[in-house]
Design a protein around this ligand. Sequence first.
Ligand code: FCB
Length: 474
Amino acid sequence: MKINFDKSFWFGTSTSGPQSEGWKNKKNDNIMDTWFKERPEDFFDKIGPNIASNVYSQYDEDIQMMAKIKLNSFRTSIQWSRLINNFDTQEINIDAVKFYRDYFEQLRNKNITLMVNLYHFDMPQILQDRGGWENKEVVDLFVKYATKCFELFGDLVDYWATFNEPVVPAEAGYLYKWHYPFISDLKKAVQVGYNTILAHSKTVKVFHELFKNDLNKKISIILNLTPCYPKTNKEEDVKASHIVDLFFNKSFLDPVIKGKFPIDFVKLLKSENLLPECNRDELKIIRENIIDILAVNYYQPRRAKARDTQFSGPLMPEKWFETYNWPEARINPYRGWEIYPRTIYDIAKDIKDNYNNFPWFISENGMGVQGEEKFVKNGIINDQYRIDFIKEHLYWLNKAIADNSNCLGYQIWTFVDCWSWNNAYKNRYGLVYLDLETQKRIIKESGYWMKKMIENNNMFELTNEEVEKYESIK
Ligand code: FCB
């Protein structure tokens, strides 16, 4: 069977500033930088973001390589803590402007469609000390920073995103204590989530005002959608799964596309006295400023069932569900994440049926593997598992497009192996291998597979056995 994508389809990769650039010429710390400085032992092999993949100094080499593989799209982020020297006066770091302008210009010269994101978990430490996303003053400082970015780089960048995975700072920083500031407080987490949406919508408003005469300019938000499947079709399991969707997916998806929060979610928050501080003017801004295109990171679904036991302890979303471990799940052993490509089709269908077939694309999908060096053959990493992973996901994406989903592209996380928060360089995701000691880049087999597929007019073949296998996994 031939799997074919349109000529204009985006095939590319994504990364972020804090995970790839390194600290050179950066004057301010973000919360990940401080965390590493304070507790390096929290990071795999004590490797921090200080050098990362040295993209600050090697971006030109990476762009040449991207062009060689024929990728036509790329996403990265501007670091708030790099661009702004002084958050009160908005004094900018001239060196950062030079760096980002040259980086973006070189991508443009290679005809690589660029999407620039404004926030990737990287709250400047100085602003975290003022409460971070808990504080609405920080919301307005973010909008000022975003406006600066549009003014400084708007001529070079058509596609923008406000936030990457805005649910993560709320859940990781304010519920499960995975990330700085290691707080666990559902009410605060709800406020943080709400304030992020507010910062997003205010930014979208500025963007549309600034670029109202330029139809090429589009703004987006990057959501990590994790649709939830109930254990059974029993009412209580379906209800539990619906609540998971409300907390982790729809609470962000609905306001950015429909301009309002899901009513069931508002009711649930109200019943627990968890509604965030908000006012009519803010809700009007959220209602009136929707995105132009949706970016979706997809790694794995969620699975839930009704609680077997009474929930106890401080209030958490788990009061309403229990995570269900599906016995047949295929798990990526290195990351512990389920591999379930069919969800891509379900996401596409949800967007088609419930969000008016809104334009969207996959902005992250990928597989982190530890110890890839053991797969070296003739000097390159033979990552057949990653090729298989990509093929299976593209199969479902292609099927969704055939059923009229308005999907514009597929980006793999990531191009050159990059730093992953406290997992650091444990699991490698790239199409290109990074030698951490020499910072040398070597294209993996998956990179060559992408090149071949793109040169083949965005087409690859699947055997009948492969298709049968994909379809048989329900
Ligand atoms: C996603 C994040 C990204 C990266 C991948 C592996 O959730 O957006 O920064 O860490 O996971």
